[in-house]
Design a protein around this ligand. Structure first.
Ligand code: DAH
Length: 345
């Protein structure tokens, strides 16, 4: 019996020491220590020994069991260590990882969010309207009757109305967002402060600073006793918030039939810093925010009393704002879907 136990121990220990991986060691455990393992079966024979021999052999059997268990355990930790060492050698943890591609908002969307936020702080509400507009809202309600020369400046895209029950020329793609003045005023009672970000369309000669579709933000305020200086203050505050405190601005007079007086706001060209470039047509300045005091005829068209109420309106050329802010020298980059371009902003 003793001899057999020693034999079992020797063979288990030598097999364990030769084992190459965890699997081999697990197999050994079963082969020697499992329910019908060699040691387990040998132990069952103990009861057949004469009583006085049992304690001695029993002690030996225990020692054998412990030795086998310990050897297997030790070998196990050795094998695992070796395995992770091998893995470490295979994996070069100093190689930089592959960055996942994370999308971001289009520069135009970022700018719209920023502009809307600034106006929110001034108490303006945001409105939205149709891109397909009627001649009435786009022109008539804005003090621009059918024969008005100001229509020439708005290269209008007319929709085919042959199968519609409207007069030819009545339905257009909106050329400006000012049409939203009448739409909003018809629905809201004064006093009001509204902004409308959106896309407008014109039959334009496309170049670095002109597109046939572009973004504007129209804004208007109607209240009592509104002054031109309130408008100047608003423009100055908003543009500095958006473009930085140190920008250079200048105001000039201008003419739009729906405002009187009309004001044009210019910002020093950020592309060339006022030196003159193709973007600012060599003038060093970029027109960014036309505005003015709302013409009484516009208020009358929506049924407001122009004695009681007055206000101002303005428009921010959003496409231009984006190109100035990101120093893009071509407006067409904004409608370019090329990821190599968009990823830069
Ligand atoms: N709607 C005009 C355009 O797109 C811009 C404009 C000028 C809007 C003066 C205004 C304004 O609200 O007061 O040409």
């Amino acid at each position: 019996m003793e001899e057999e136990l020693i034999q079992i121990k020797n063979s288990a220990v030598s097999l364990a020491l030769d084992a190459k991986d965890k699997k081999e060691l697990d197999d050994l455990k079963i082969r020697f220590l499992g329910r019908s393992g060699r040691l387990t079966l040998a132990l069952k024979e103990l009861s057949k020994l004469p009583k006085e021999k049992r304690p001695e052999v029993g002690k030996l059997a225990n020692e054998v069991k412990n030795t086998i268990e310990e050897t297997i355990l030790e070998k196990e930790s050795q094998v695992t260590k070796q395995k992770s060492q091998e893995l470490k050698e295979k994996i070069d943890i100093s190689i930089p990882g592959i960055k996942p591609q994370i999308g971001h908002l289009h520069p135009m969307t970022q700018v719209i969010y920023d502009v809307v936020n600034v106006f929110k702080g001034l108490g303006y509400q945001t409105a939205d309207g149709p891109e397909i507009e009627t001649d009435y809202y786009n022109f008539e309600a804005l003090n621009i009757p059918k024969d008005h020369p100001a229509r020439d400046t708005q290269q209008t895209l007319y929709l085919d109305t042959r199968n519609a029950k409207v007069n030819p020329g009545e339905i257009i793609l909106r050329t400006q967002l000012s049409g939203m003045q009448a739409r909003a005023m018809e629905k809201i009672k004064p006093p009001l402060r509204v902004i409308v970000p959106g896309k407008v369309f014109r039959y334009e000669q496309v170049d670095a600073s002109h597109g046939f579709e572009f973004w504007q933000l129209e804004g208007f305020l109607v209240d009592t006793n509104v002054k031109l200086t309130d408008l100047f203050g608003t423009i100055d505050y908003v543009l500095r918030k958006l473009m930085g405190e140190n920008i250079k601005l200048k105001f000039a007079t201008t003419n739009f039939p729906f405002v009187e007086p009309g004001v044009d706001t210019y910002i020093e060209c950020t592309v060339c810093k006022g030196k003159g470039c193709s973007f600012c047509k060599m003038s060093g300045w970029s027109e960014i925010m036309p505005a003015g005091m709302i013409h009484p005829n516009v208020l009358k068209a929506v049924g407001y009393s122009s004695r009681q109420w007055n206000g101002f309106a303005f428009c921010i050329g959003l496409s231009r704002l984006v190109t100035l802010r990101y120093k893009m020298d071509d407006l067409r980059l904004l409608t370019n879907p090329d990821m190599r371009i968009l990823e830069q902003f």
